[in-house]
Design a protein around this ligand. Structure first.
Ligand SMILES: [Zn+2]
Length: 282
């Protein structure tokens, strides 16, 4: 089964999506399952994992509703208030829904560079294992050393790094990002998504060769059993079509044996989040 490990859905509202600036004006509309389905099918993907974009419980509930009506949405990475003393009861409300597979917080948007290590946040993370939920680490490259300190405290918690921590593809710089990735990849319970990379490149002039060195570091650091392909649709469409975005990683995988290709194209995501295949169409 091939799985797009990272995408979003939304009904556009200027107040709630204020990060969509004028340069991303094409994202100022709704993106719903019916829009993604043909892209997945053309790309040979049987399923996807939808990630939160707003930080509300209502959005988590809404994404789970979408997943209930669209079987190709195999899992939802939602949001709950991990800093709240009520986090356990918030998670309890979703515990019966097997499609909630992970939680994410927009840590990259927090002004405190050491946000991941705040006691209230750590307390929230410590509860996830009890609910068998993974955690998506959404950070910038500058946060990588803090992320290593963070995951060190939770050796049994499943983590996945989003978008390779947004490497500086546009400038072509490899350091200190490379050291940060190597340091984080030492922890065997941390997986990594090969997603959102074109958005970090020069949107209008990028070439696959600009991204290859970063994929090399990801493969050397995490190995082929902890990497997963993801589109970051629709955000990725500011820089390329869905097919071209996924094509970068697929072509890179073409140099590897079939077992490695299958692992990165779906098996790792399936194992990591314990995803069930969509019911066969009768
Ligand atoms: Zn995303």
């Amino acid at each position: 089964m091939h799985i797009d490990a990272h995408q979003h859905f939304w009904v556009y509202d200027p107040g709630e999506y204020d990060w969509i600036d004028d340069s991303m004006a094409s994202l100022r509309r709704g993106f719903l399952p019916a829009g993604l389905k043909p892209e997945l099918e053309q790309g040979g993907f049987q399923g996807c994992v939808a990630a939160q974009a707003r930080q509300t419980i209502e959005e988590t509930r809404w994404l789970l509703e979408l997943a209930a009506s669209s079987p190709f949405i195999l899992g939802v990475v939602g949001w709950v208030d991990l800093q709240s003393s009520q986090v356990r009861s918030q998670l309890q409300a979703f515990a019966a829904n097997p499609k909630l597979v992970g939680i994410r917080h927009v840590v990259q948007g927090e002004p405190d560079d050491r946000f991941l290590l705040r006691p209230e946040f750590l307390r929230g993370i410590s509860v996830l294992e009890e609910f068998d939920l993974a955690y998506d680490i959404l950070i910038y490259a500058k946060h990588l050393p803090v992320a290593a300190e963070f995951v060190r405290q939770f050796p049994r918690q499943r983590f996945v790094l989003d978008h390779l921590a947004k490497p500086p593809i546009k400038s072509g710089a490899m350091h200190p990002w490379t050291d940060g990735i190597r340091e984080l990849a030492v922890f065997p319970n941390v997986f990594c998504k090969l997603s959102g990379l074109v958005t970090e490149a020069d949107w209008h002039h990028w070439k696959a060769e600009d991204i290859t060195p970063y994929l090399d570091v990801a493969f050397e650091s995490f190995g082929p059993q902890r990497l997963m392909i993801g589109s970051d649709w629709p955000v990725c469409t500011v820089a390329a079509s869905y097919a071209r975005v996924m094509g970068v990683v697929k072509e890179y995988l073409g140099r590897h044996p079939v077992q490695v290709r299958e692992a990165v194209l779906g098996e790792n995501a399936q194992r990591f989040w314990k995803l069930k295949p969509p019911p066969a169409r009768g």
